[in-house]
Design a protein around this ligand. Structure first.
Ligand SMILES: *Cc1c(COP(=O)(O)O)cnc(C)c1O
Length: 398
């Protein structure tokens, strides 16, 4: 059959056509009234998308740039910080904190797992200046208990909580201000449905205060400089203008999902990811496959490859027979798992389609017989239950 190229990867994610059109049509210079109006509107809308009353900065960068900024702006050499890691992105926090001369305490769990709150509590000290964690660890598909961690951090004096929610935002219900998250970070190429190139973060008053004391060097990612410029409707450096046009269109789309209310649209987007994830989990389990994550996120489903089979064969067969791009494992996990993301612009037909394709992929790469329809049927049953309003458990579990 004819092949359409489709992304099922956590990065990048499928693009929203309206955002692509807005990008293609955009021509304004960045120091004009038109662009200022767009910039100001987007920054205001981003607060609703993140779900915070705090300032949100949007910077031309991949997500890692703003992760680095969340270390350089908030720490001084020798500061004691706590990194919670159970995957490649947690390891990035540890490496960044070390690069900026922090004294790094770590709670480390094997890939596929998450930390218990007792483990986190036992590593928090009165000297801990900041805690760094992921909301969803995209390399393993695990969702961490940000609410529980936030409770512990908030009870620990002035310790800041920094959350990489790059795949968490738009897929996970997060009460940023209610839980007391100090810095929350996202990226344009995930649930916002636009290409890579913008990273954003919401920053609490506590964190702004810390920046006044933090002595690590920073220049491009100096959040104070960016905030000052934003107050005038400008960016500190040349903004990624066409990506801002795309972002404006994406936020309008999310607002429409909420019938004119952006916060309601964010909730609908999260509910969408949760349902797609629940359907996918039911489908892969019905095929006798195992989930890789102990506490699976709604952002993506990581599936363990059948014993003795390199997951690269599954990834390759998806691509060659269906032009569907799913992700292999990263680093040491390569060959052991494959990942199907449900982030952003991802619907019922995507969810059913990838499961139907998975049935054929397994029939091709394994010698075990596959009963066609079992994954699809399991997903259909989840969807039908959701339509009947019988699925509150989905959100509660993630
Ligand atoms: C995608 C992602 C990042 C950032 O990656 P970049 O390639 O720098 O945009 C960081 N953390 C998580 C959890 C991610 O999913």
């Amino acid at each position: 059959m004819l092949l359409k190229n489709r992304l099922f990867t956590p990065v990048p994610t499928p693009l929203l056509p309206a955002a692509q059109n807005a990008m293609a049509a955009f021509t304004a210079h960045h120091r004009t009234a038109d662009f200022k109006a767009l910039y100001t509107r987007v920054l205001a809308d981003m607060k609703d998308f993140v779900g915070t009353a705090n300032d949100v900065l949007v910077i031309a960068s991949s997500g890692t740039g703003v992760m680095e900024g969340a270390v350089s702006n908030l720490t001084s050499p020798g500061d004691r910080v706590l990194v919670l890691t159970a995957g490649k992105f947690g390891e990035r926090w540890r490496d960044l904190a070390k690069a900026y001369g922090c004294s790094v305490d770590v709670v480390e769990k094997p890939y596929g797992e998450t930390f218990s709150l007792d483990e986190v509590r036992s590593k928090l000290t009165p000297e801990t200046k900041a805690v760094y964690v992921q909301a969803t660890e995209s390399s393993t598909g695990v969702s961490h208990d940000v609410q529980g961690i936030a409770k512990l951090v908030r009870a620990n004096g002035d310790t800041l909580l920094v959350v990489d929610a790059i795949t968490g935002l738009g897929t996970t219900h997060l009460d940023v201000d209610g839980w007391g998250i100090d810095v929350i970070i996202g990226g344009s190429q995930k649930a916002l449905m636009i290409p890579p190139g913008l990273a954003y973060c919401g920053i609490s008053d506590r964190a702004w205060k810390r920046m006044e004391m933090a002595k690590n060097p920073r220049y491009y990612f100096d959040f104070r400089k960016e905030r000052k410029a934003a107050a005038k409707g400008e960016s500190a450096f040349t903004p990624a203008t066409s990506l801002f046009a795309a972002l404006g269109a994406a936020l309008d789309f999310i607002r429409q999902m909420g019938s004119g209310d952006l916060a309601a649209g964010r909730k609908a987007l999260v509910d969408n990811a949760e349902l797609a994830a629940e359907m996918t989990r039911a489908g892969v389990k019905a095929l006798g496959l195992k989930l890789y994550a102990s506490s699976p996120s709604a952002a993506l489903t990581a599936v363990t490859a059948p014993a003795g089979l390199d997951s690269g064969k599954i990834v390759k067969e998806f691509r060659e027979s269906f032009s569907a791009v799913v992700a292999n494992g990263q680093g040491d996990m390569k060959g052991k798992l494959f990942r199907i993301a449900h982030i952003g612009y991802y619907d019922f037909l995507d969810t059913i389609g990838i499961l139907a394709a998975l049935e054929h992929v397994l029939a091709t790469v394994t010698d075990k017989p596959v009963e066609y329809g079992v994954a699809v049927r399991a997903a259909q049953e989840v969807f039908a239950r959701a339509r009947r309003g019988e699925l509150e458990a989905v959100g509660a579990r993630n």
